[in-house]
Design a protein around this ligand. Structure first.
Ligand code: ATP
Ligand SMILES: Nc1nc2c(ncn2[C@@H]2O[C@H](COP(=O)(O)O)[C@@H](O)[C@H]2O)c(=O)[nH]1
Length: 199
């Protein structure tokens, strides 16, 4: 379970110089961020993947502490008030947030830290950490996005509809980010991410 950390009244809201770097992977739900992330971690185990905190219920097979830290809304709101998140957002009826201290420690230690997060959180990171590298993953089409969400068979009809509505807003924001990559063929998209990260 996530460690509850003390409140730091001087916790940074703007970045301070550090040897590591934050990488933000964003894009609509179902576009394949998690799939790309897992493949990337296999090839580059030196990357640090930030495990988020959420109030969403675990899907079959999801493991607490590995996929997410699953907590209650009350606990999440308490952590927000304690300043424990680097960013957080409500998405499709649930809260999601990035644990502040673990991520900052990794960046300070010189590591490349990858956050896989939705649009509002990605915007918060861009504001707080202007040197973060942000990558927006696009679907080949909205139809393909829908069939990926449905193919995953993890969400109710209502959740699918909410995610698709939100996807259209998110896609319009793609140009706000440093790099846009279409996840059509997985291997091609992976190579494009690798080229962005490692040159
Ligand atoms: N390039 C691809 N071609 C075909 N299917 C893909 C591709 N990339 C991912 N998928 C499939 O699309 C579905 C959604 O992928 P994934 O769960 O990784 O998306 P996500 O962006 O992480 O979603 P969320 O943001 O909701 O967690 C999965 O079933 C995955 O196997
Ligand atoms: N702002 C944040 N968004 C996050 C975080 N962790 C995950 N996410 C994004 O939420 C949606 C929905 O995820 P799902 O697992 O329920 O399908 C998706 O876009 C994730 O990338 C976070 O810490 N902050």
């Amino acid at each position: 379970m996530m460690q509850v950390l003390p409140i730091h009244s001087d916790a940074p809201t703007k970045e301070s110089p550090s040897p590591g770097r934050l990488i933000v992977l964003t894009g609509p739900s179902g576009v394949g961020k998690g799939t790309l992330m897992q493949a990337l971690l296999k090839r580059h185990p030196e990357l640090y993947y930030s495990v988020s905190v959420t109030t969403r219920s675990p899907r079959p097979g999801e493991i607490n502490g590995e996929n997410y830290y699953f907590i209650s809304r009350t606990k999440f709101e308490q952590l927000v008030s304690q300043g424990e998140f680097l960013e957080w957002a409500e998405f499709a009826g649930n809260y999601y947030g990035t644990p502040r201290e673990a991520v900052l420690n990794q960046v300070r230690s010189g590591n490349l830290v990858v956050l896989e997060i939705e649009l509002k959180g990605a915007r918060q990171i861009r504001t707080s950490f202007p040197s973060a590298l942000s990558i927006f993953i696009l679907p080949p089409s909205l139809n393909e996005l829908e069939s990926r969400i449905r193919g995953r068979a993890q969400d109710s009809e209502e959740a699918i509809a909410r995610r698709l509505r939100r996807a259209q807003e998110e896609i319009q924001a793609a140009d706000e980010f440093d790099v846009q990559i279409v996840n059509d063929d997985l291997e091609t998209a992976l190579k494009a991410i690798e080229a962005t990260l490692f040159g």
